[in-house]
Write a protein that binds this ligand. Structure first.
Ligand code: ATP
Ligand code: MG
Length: 368
């Protein structure tokens, strides 16, 4: 069999943290292939992979069923859909679903993200261009500035835009009507969204990590679009190694296509996937090296925990946000890590998975 290509494409290393934040003895990891935090360059190249309708949008069955009812009802009444709040970890399909909703309603789609809205006039600029029933998508809605959030409340509730004309003592506020539209807000951090804003959304969709069968269906769909032949058991291994995340499984599929091509294989077989995953240091649970490193540090330096999030973040060379948003959800979901009031604690499964013995005095994660 031909030689595998050296190393897998990865993102460049993060800039080294400076001064006091420098982690002790740990080189910060380049965010791995499996971490869907920000799209990698070729995630967006295959826009063709993005589902365009609810039928193409696989998985999340109960969420989809309800949404389909709300969309049909709004369409039959010829009204705008109620404001929609999308919550879930990165890469599960929030942006995709917002676009799908606009397609299903047959209306305009406008998109922005909270960090891009710097001044109220940035939001006003968009709101003055919305048409009746337009779907207006704001990504990372937990990062809205207070002044902009205030403006959005009025727009969502009264379909009006508060606008200040003039300056100083002669300044006055006028209210401009805007057509009824649908705001779709997405966040990975629902806990950071203010309750007045949450209260203004009529529909909430919570994304769960995708089931194995749905992940396999996504592999088959993407492979079909990219015209890649994938064996059945290769598809199921890929699906199982992509941490329940469509963005990640599409990314892995492209990397396996690279391996298959260089190996001269006609199709992505189980053998190609096994070798490819080994090269990428992805294990049977879908963990990357850095995930294992986090568990190992908790075990070896903190006796299995509990260890506070800040301390752990410094030890593993990550920002607390990155640790909490991107690494922990999957480790928790896999039953390897627990969040407790006193800090992070690894479970017995983590010891078994890393093949590490519990040391003396180690409570095995139990708190006394
Ligand atoms: N239900 C699905 N069926 C098939 N493919 C999907 C599905 N959901 C997402 N995808 C694929 O995964 C990719 C990532 O989805 P998307 O960009 O919508 O995630 P996101 O939740 O918005 O992530 P982020 O939080 O990083 O913005 C899409 O480009 C699409 O190809
Ligand atoms: Mg998105």
């Amino acid at each position: 069999m031909a030689q595998l290509p050296p190393g897998a494409p990865r993102r460049g290393p993060k800039p080294a943290p400076d001064g006091n934040d420098a982690p002790i003895g740990v080189v910060p990891a380049a965010p791995g292939l499996l971490h869907p935090e920000h799209p990698l360059s070729d995630d967006d190249r295959d826009l063709s992979l993005r589902p365009r309708s609810l039928t193409e949008f696989l998985g999340q069955a109960s969420m989809k069923e309800n949404l389909s009812v709300f969309i049909t009802a709004a369409r039959e009444r010829n009204e705008s859909l109620d404001h929609l709040f999308l919550i879930g970890p990165p890469g599960l399909g929030k942006t995709t679903l917002a676009q799908v909703v606009a397609n299903e309603l047959g209306v305009d789609f406008k998109v922005t993200s909270a960090p891009a809205l710097d001044k109220p006039k940035d939001l006003a600029g968009i709101l003055t261009t919305v048409k009746e029933k337009t779907v207006f998508f704001i990504d990372e809605i937990h990062r809205l500035k207070p002044a902009i959030e205030e403006m959005l409340y009025i727009a969502m509730e009264d379909y009006e835009l508060d606008w200040i004309i003039g300056q100083g003592p002669s300044a006055r506020t006028i209210r401009l009507p805007i057509p009824p539209f649908t705001l779709v807000g997405a966040t990975t951090k629902a806990g950071n969204v203010s309750s007045p804003l949450i209260g203004r959304f009529g529909i909430t969709c919570r994304f769960a990590f995708y089931e194995q069968a749905d992940m396999e269906a996504i592999v088959r769909r993407s492979a079909g679009i990219l015209k890649i032949a994938v064996d059945n058991d290769a598809a199921s291994l890929l699906a199982a190694s992509a941490r329940g995340t469509p963005r990640v499984v599409n990314r892995l599929l492209r990397r396996m296509r690279d391996f298959a091509q260089v190996l001269g294989a006609q199709a992505i077989t189980r053998q190609v996937v096994e070798q490819g995953l080994k090269r990428l240091e992805i294990d049977a649970l879908g963990l990357e090296k850095h995930d294992r490193e986090i568990l190992r540090i908790i075990i070896e330096r903190y006796n299995g925990g509990p260890v506070g999030a800040e301390t752990l973040a410094i030890s593993v060379g990550e920002a607390v946000d990155t640790l909490e948003d991107y690494y922990e959800p999957f480790l928790i979901q896999s039953g390897l890590l627990q969040r407790t009031p006193r800090g992070r604690v690894v479970t017995a499964l983590a010891y078994d998975h890393l093949k590490l013995a519990r040391g003396k005095g180690d409570t095995g994660g139990l708190l006394f």
